[in-house]
Design a binder for this molecule. Structure first.
Ligand code: DX5
Ligand code: ZN
Length: 555
């Protein structure tokens, strides 16, 4: 389909919600492993995989082999989102007679492999890849494997075979979530270095211990390691894998089992258990409350922007905010598309280009060509016709579409028809022009109101708060409804970008936890609040939840 970053993200969200819907309706199933591979599936289904939902048997299609077949909800949900069948079909999951069985079955059109008996998907994929070569077809085989299943000897026989026959039309993606069945992989059958610490739930964070790649390398494979929840990294790895000739590629995606629902994250219990219906609305709210941090590099050393980009990468920013100022729309001048083009090769992190320039319609193409992932233009310098042009160009170029409003500007009526297809709305919380200004307090109210109006108008993008966002107000901005946060002075202006970004996330997480506790209270009073809190057994989440609940007077 070749969707842009933001649309892939939105589809991943839809798919995650369907996983919950299906498994809860069935009362069983595997949400944990479906969620750890959610972004991997998103990149395949909406960017890289060649298929035709109207003609699942299309001869020239690529093949997706889900070797870790127990994660079938994660496959079916994406098949539903991409149009193989109605989304409502997910509610038939695991029922007698449905095409959506607990493990993928060929009776479901579009399914390529009856996965579930673990350890055999790679051998099957090799057969398919060799057949494609014999037929001189341009078919690619994508195989998604679990880490637990690589305990099987057959996997390593297949690994040798793929290297021997130089099977380069095969890309394996290993969902390295560190959990198999009811425990951690490193306890059941270690794949990495011997683990000294007792705190196994923390071990996935310690990169120095990841040795799985060495095993595959020694079997003759090309190995690429990525953060398996970062769309841009997975997508880039798949593109690179496609260009490798003469050897098979494995992408080792470091993931978190149960990713995106805090109480399921990194908790073996959620390998094969469904959420209870009473929790579903809270889980949905949680899924819809993902957030992004976007440091603004103009707050750093303007003469060494390359270094500022590096600081964002090392600090694990989600996006990099690029403030383009032309000395006309705002008095200052920063940089233009040429600079962005120079910065682009430094990272795959999405570039969040904010054009504070006059007549953006004249220049938007240059900023697309420079490698922006989203481009935001100001309503103050657009009208229906020029924004329409910008909108269409961004859309056809697979670049995210953003609109920005100044503190004293309301959304113009002409913008209404574009709202459902906007990926981002920047609400300026300072008068644009420079970094380091103070957040305008009335922006809270403005974001709150906009959150409501936009929801009614079918907005599916993110509200981005831009200007004067700090550790002290970022949590409140989240509560208002913002889901992306620009940080100039408060992030790039600080010594340790990584520490400050982590703290930004903690503050936002606290607000999110509060939001969810309130929701639980609304739906089922203290009883549900306590049940919700009790689900959070891994790490220190429970302590904070209890504290929040006490503050709210629910305890
Ligand atoms: C303001 C810019 C912002 C700003 C952010 O004109 O659009 O992105 O530089 O910097 P801080 O967070 O320091 O206000
Ligand atoms: Zn900005």
């Amino acid at each position: 389909m070749g969707l842009n970053y933001y649309q892939i993200k939105k589809n991943v969200l839809k798919a995650r919600k369907l996983v919950i819907k299906g498994t809860t309706a069935a009362g069983s199933g595997h949400p944990g492993g479906s969620f750890s591979m959610a972004e991997i599936m998103g990149c395949l289904f909406y960017k890289h995989l060649k298929y035709d939902t109207k003609n699942p048997e299309w001869e020239d299609r690529d093949k997706l082999i889900l070797s870790k077949g127990h994660a079938s909800p994660g496959l079916f949900s994406n098949m539903a989102v991409s149009g193989y069948f109605e989304e409502s079909k997910m509610e038939t999951l695991r029922q007698f007679g449905t095409i959506l069985q607990g493990h993928p079955d060929l009776k479901c059109p579009g399914v390529e492999f009856c996965g579930g008996s673990l350890g055999i998907g790679l051998s099957y994929s090799i057969g398919n890849a060799l057949a494609a070569k014999l037929d001189e077809k341009d078919t690619r085989i994508f195989t998604v494997m679990g880490d637990g299943e690589t305990d099987e000897g057959q996997v390593w026989e297949a690994a040798m075979t793929a290297a021997k026959y130089k099977i380069d039309n095969l890309t394996v993606i290993l969902d390295r979530n560190f959990i198999q069945q009811d425990s951690y992989t490193e306890k059941i059958m270690p794949l990495d270095e011997h683990l000294e610490s007792d705190d196994l739930s923390e071990m996935w964070k310690d990169a120095s211990r990841w040795k799985t790649g060495d095993k595959w390398r020694s079997f003759g494979w090309n190995v690429i390691e990525v953060d398996g929840h970062r769309i841009e990294q997975i997508s880039n790895a798949i593109t690179r894998a496609k260009s490798v000739k003469g050897l098979p590629t494995i992408i080792i995606a470091r993931t978190i089992k149960g990713k995106a629902v805090e109480h399921m994250e990194d908790n073996p219990q959620w390998h094969g258990k469904a959420a209870k219906p009473e929790f579903v609305p809270i889980i949905e709210e949680e899924l819809e409350s993902q957030f992004m941090i976007s440091p603004s590099i103009i707050a750093g050393d303007m003469t060494h922007l390359e270094n500022e980009v590096k600081r964002c990468v090392d600090g694990r920013a989600d996006y990099i905010h690029l403030d383009v100022m032309d000395g006309q729309f705002v008095p200052n001048t920063t940089f233009d598309n040429e600079k962005i083009k120079e910065l682009r090769p430094l990272t795959v992190i999405p570039f969040d280009t904010h054009l504070m320039i006059n007549e953006p319609v004249r220049y938007v193409k240059d900023y697309i060509d420079a490698g922006s992932d989203i481009i935001t233009v100001h309503t103050e310098v657009c009208d229906e016709s020029s924004f329409g042009e910008i909108h269409d160009l961004l859309k056809s170029s697979q670049v995210g579409i953003g609109l920005a409003i100044n503190p004293d500007t309301e959304l113009p009526t002409w913008s209404e028809k574009f709202i459902p297809s906007l990926d981002q709305l920047i609400v300026m919380s300072v008068i644009p022009g420079k970094s380091g200004q103070t957040f305008i307090e009335s922006s809270h109210e403005k974001i709150r109101k906009l959150t409501q109006t936009l929801k009614d108008k079918k907005f599916e993008g993110y509200i981005e708060a831009d200007g004067g966002v700090t550790l002290d107000n970022v949590g409140a901005c989240f509560t208002d409804g913002a889901r992306a946060f620009v940080g100039g002075n408060a992030i790039i202006g600080q010594n340790d970008v990584r520490v400050v970004i982590r703290e930004f996330r903690n503050r936002i997480l606290r607000s999110r936890r509060k939001l969810l506790i309130k929701k639980a209270n609304e739906l089922g009073g203290t009883d549900l609040v306590n049940k919700w809190i009790d689900l959070h057994v891994v790490g220190k989440k429970k302590d904070e939840l209890l504290q929040i609940s006490q503050e709210l007077g629910y305890q």
